[in-house]
Design a binder for this molecule. Structure first.
Ligand SMILES: Cc1cc2nc3c(=O)[nH]c(=O)nc-3n(C[C@H](O)[C@H](O)[C@H](O)COP(=O)(O)OP(=O)(O)OC[C@H]3O[C@@H](n4cnc5c(N)ncnc54)[C@H](O)[C@@H]3O)c2cc1C
Length: 542
C-alpha cells in the first residue's frame, strides 16, 4: 500500500517547506529587519511564555531579517520599556509603540506574520482612503485590541490596529491583548466577546470591521458603521453582482464566471458567511471532517480563480434600471443582473438583559468566545442543530454547559443528539429564559418551566443564544421583491424573483439550511442567470 508522503518540516516544528520558502521570500525582500523584543517571567504564565517563544523562534529560523531578542521581565530592559506582563512582545520599540500581551498563536499567527512585514517595510499597507482618514487625527490615541487565538474575526481588527500604529507612530500606540493570557484585563474592560477595540479607554468597535471603518471609528472615537468616501466612489462594470460571500454566493461566482459572465461577489462581513463560524463540518461531500474556516478557505481559493471578490463591503442600495446600480460603502457597480445570496443571521432571544449584556457574557458565537468560559458555567439556549453544536463545542473546551430549550424535545440531527448524550450534557426541556441578570457581566439567569410554572434562579457566567436565524431580506424588501409568508425570498423554482434581473440563492430562500444545499442553489441560480442573459428575448428591466 502506498504511504502518504509526509510534508517536509524544516524551521522548527510545524512549518512545511513550501510555507517556509514563501515566508523566507517575503521576509528577505524587506528593506529593514523586523525586530521583536520578547519579555518573559517564568513565574508568570509559563505555558504562554513557551508558546510565544516557540512561534517567534520558528519565524526567526526562517530568515535573519526577523530579529528576536528575549529579556527577563525583572531585568533592566523591561524597566527601560516599562513592561509589566508576561509574555509581552514589543515591536521595533525604537520606531513604534506597539506591544502584544500574550502569545501570538492560533489565528493570531497570521497577524504576527503581517506585522513583521509591516516592520520590515516600516510601512502599513493601507488604502488611500484609510491614509486620508488617519491623516486627520491630530491628538494621541492609545488603542487596545482584545483578541483570542481561536477567534476567526480577530486578525482583521489586530491588523487594522497595526496598520494604524505603523502609519501614525507619532500619535497612535497599540496594545494587542490576548484574553486567555490576560483574563484580568479582559474582565476589567468587560471584553468577554472578541474582537473588541478600545481607544483611550473608550469602546470604539465590537467585531471585525473593514479597514476604512476601523480608521473612521478611531478618528471619530466612536463606532462607525458606514464609510462614505470623500471622493466619487470608483465604478465597476460587470454582468452579475452577487450580494453575499457565503457558500451560495461563492459557488454562484464560480459557475457564473465559468459561463463567461463577468461576476463580482460583495461581502459585508466575514467571507464564508455562517460557515466561517462553524467549528467542524462533517457532512460536506468529499470531506469527512473539516473545520468551517478551512472549508471557507478552500471555497474562497476556488472562487477567487473566477470572480472578483470585494470583502468588507456592504451593499447598501440597489437602484433598478438598465443597468442596475449597486452601491456599497466603497464604490458602485453597474450590472446587468443581481443575485441576492444574503443568507441568514442569528435570532435574538428577546429576554430582558440580553442586549445590555451582549458581549459581556451573552454570546452568539462559541468559536469566538468559548475559551473565555473554560472552567465556567454557561447555558446554551435552543434546541436545534446550532444549539447542540454549540453545546458540544463548549463542552469540548471544558465549559460546564447546560442546554435549555422551551419545547419538550430537541430538533437536532440524530448524530448530534447521540454526541450530546455521550458527552453527558444536561438538557432542561420545557424551560424558558425569563431574564438574564448581572451588572457588568452575566451573573445569573431566571428560568421558568412552562409546564409546571416553576421558576428558579441559576448562577451562570455565560448565555449562548442559538435559537435560529432570520433571513437577510432588507435589500430584497427595498427592491419590492416578494417574500414567502415565513419571510424568505419567493422564487419561481429557478431562483428568479418577481423583479426581473434579480435572483436569490441559499438560506435566504428558506428550506433546508445546509452548506451543500446553499452551494447547490448558488450554482443553479448562476446557470439560470446565464441562460437569461444570453437569451435574446430576455426583457431588460425597465
Ligand atoms: C453554528 C452553525 C453550524 C452549522 N453547521 C453546518 C454543518 O455542519 N453542515 C451544513 O451543511 N451546514 C451547517 N450550517 C448551515 C450553513 O452554514 C448555512 O446553511 C450556509 O452557510 C448558508 O449559506 P448562504 O450562502 O446561503 O448564507 P450565509 O452563509 O449566511 O452567507 C450570506 C452572506 O451574505 C452576506 N451579506 C448579507 N447582506 C449583505 C449585504 N447587504 N452586503 C454584502 N454582504 C451581505 C453576509 O454577511 C453573509 O456572509 C451551520 C450553521 C451554523 C450557524
Amino acid at each position: 500500500m502506498a504511504k502518504a508522503k509526509e510534508p517536509k518540516e524544516t524551521a522548527g516544528k510545524g512549518m512545511e517547506e513550501k510555507t517556509e520558502a514563501r515566508l523566507r521570500e517575503l521576509f528577505e525582500k524587506m528593506p529593514y529587519p523586523a525586530r521583536v523584543l520578547l519579555f518573559t517571567d517564568k513565574e508568570k504564565n509559563e505555558p504562554f511564555n513557551q508558546a510565544a517563544r516557540q512561534v517567534l523562534q520558528i519565524l526567526r529560523q526562517v530568515s535573519p531579517k526577523v530579529q528576536i531578542e528575549e529579556f527577563d521581565l525583572r531585568g533592566e530592559e523591561a524597566r527601560k520599556w516599562n513592561v509589566g506582563s508576561s509574555p509581552a512582545l514589543l515591536f521595533d520599540p525604537e520606531h513604534y509603540r506597539i506591544r502584544w500581551l500574550g502569545p501570538p498563536i492560533g489565528e493570531e499567527t497570521r497577524t504576527l506574520i503581517i506585522a513583521l512585514q509591516m516592520l520590515g517595510y516600516r510601512s502599513a499597507g493601507l488604502s488611500d482612503e484609510s491614509r486620508k482618514i488617519l491623516k486627520k487625527i491630530d491628538s494621541p490615541r492609545h488603542l487596545k485590541v482584545f483578541v483570542s487565538p481561536t477567534c476567526p474575526y480577530c486578525p482583521q481588527q489586530a491588523v487594522n490596529g497595526f496598520n494604524a500604529a505603523i502609519e501614525r507612530p507619532d500619535l497612535i500606540s497599540l496594545e494587542i491583548i490576548d484574553i486567555q493570557a490576560n483574563p484580568d484585563l479582559a474582565r476589567k474592560y468587560g471584553a468577554q466577546s472578541v474582537p473588541q477595540v478600545f481607544a483611550d479607554e473608550k469602546l470604539i468597535a465590537m467585531g471585525a470591521q473593514p479597514e476604512e471603518l476601523f480608521m473612521s471609528s478611531l478618528e471619530k472615537m466612536e463606532e462607525q458603521r458606514i464609510f462614505i468616501p470623500e471622493t466619487d466612489a470608483a465604478e465597476v462594470e460587470t454582468d452579475l453582482v452577487i450580494v453575499g460571500g457565503g457558500p451560495a454566493g461563492l459557488t454562484a461566482g464560480i459557475y457564473a464566471a465559468r459561463s463567461g459572465l463577468r461576476s463580482v461577489i460583495v461581502e459585508k462581513g466575514i467571507l464564508g458567511g455562517q460557515v466561517a463560524t462553524t467549528p467542524v463540518v462533517e457532512n460536506y461531500p468529499g470531506l469527512t471532517q473539516v473545520g468551517g474556516k478551512a472549508l471557507v478557505d478552500i471555497m474562497l481559493e476556488h472562487a477567487l480563480q473566477y470572480a472578483n471578490i470585494f470583502p468588507g463591503e456592504e451593499v447598501t442600495e440597489i437602484r433598478p434600471g438598465d443597468p442596475f446600480l449597486v452601491l456599497t460603502n466603497r464604490r458602485r457597480f453597474k450590472t446587468r443582473a443581481l443575485l441576492l445570496a444574503t443568507g441568514a443571521r442569528y435570532r435574538n432571544l428577546g429576554a430582558p438583559g440580553e442586549a445590555r449584556l451582549s458581549g459581556r457574557g451573552v454570546s452568539y458565537c462559541s468559536t469566538c468566545d468559548g475559551p473565555l468560559f473554560t472552567g465556567k458555567k454557561v447555558i446554551i439556549v435552543g434546541g436545534g442543530n446550532s444549539a447542540v453544536t454549540e453545546a458540544l463545542n463548549l463542552k469540548n473546551i471544558n465549559v460546564d454547559a447546560t442546554l435549555v430549550h422551551r419545547r419538550d424535545g430537541l430538533r437536532a440531527q440524530e448524530h448530534l443528539l447521540k454526541s450530546l448524550k455521550a458527552n453527558n450534557i444536561p438538557v432542561l426541556l420545557n424551560t424558558e429564559v425569563q431574564e438574564i441578570r448581572g451588572d457588568q457581566e452575566v451573573r445569573e439567569v431566571i428560568l421558568t418551566n412552562n409546564k409546571t410554572g416553576e421558576r428558579k434562579t441559576v448562577p451562570v457566567n455565560g448565555v449562548f443564544v442559538a435559537i435560529g436565524y432570520d433571513p437577510e431580506v432588507e435589500l430584497a424588501k427595498k427592491l419590492g421583491v416578494e417574500l414567502t409568508p415565513d419571510g424568505y425570498i419567493k422564487h419561481d423554482g429557478r431562483h428568479r424573483t418577481n423583479v426581473q434581473g434579480i435572483y436569490a440563492a441559499g438560506d435566504v430562500e428558506g428550506g433546508y439550511k445546509q452548506i451543500v444545499i446553499a452551494a447547490g442553489k448558488g450554482s443553479e441560480a448562476a446557470l439560470t442567470i446565464f441562460e437569461d442573459l444570453i437569451n435574446p428575448y430576455w426583457k431588460k428591466p425597465a
